[in-house]
Design a protein around this ligand. Structure first.
Ligand code: SF4
Ligand code: SF4
Length: 89
């Protein structure tokens, strides 16, 4: 499941550089998460890094993007294609 930034975001800028997949970007008013790039940090970390660091706890799961651990890992491999060992897929 990808994550989602709600309108409680205060644009503090701390989450964007923490995302290992470059999934977080500044939207029209607040930061947003590209669900095609968010793996819940699967493949990189045990916990979602943006959730760990957000001071206002405004990053819940995105119910429109339900994915299994296997699907998240497959997304991680797609995003890191060429940078990881293919046999690990
Ligand atoms: Fe990026 Fe991880 Fe947050 Fe998803 S959970 S937006 S991959 S930091
Ligand atoms: Fe918004 Fe939270 Fe990211 Fe700060 S850490 S920019 S409040 S989502």
């Amino acid at each position: 499941m990808a994550l989602l930034i709600t309108d409680e975001c205060i644009n503090c800028d701390v989450c964007e550089p923490e995302c290992p997949n470059d999934a977080i970007y500044m939207g029209t008013e607040i930061y947003e998460i590209d669900p095609n790039k968010c793996t819940e940090c699967v493949g990189h970390f045990d916990e979602p890094q943006c959730v760990q660091i957000c001071p206002v706890e405004c990053i819940p799961f995105n119910p429109a993007w339900r994915e299994t651990q296997e699907e998240l890992m497959a997304k991680y491999h797609r995003l890191t294609d060429g940078k990881t060992d293919k046999k690990a897929e």
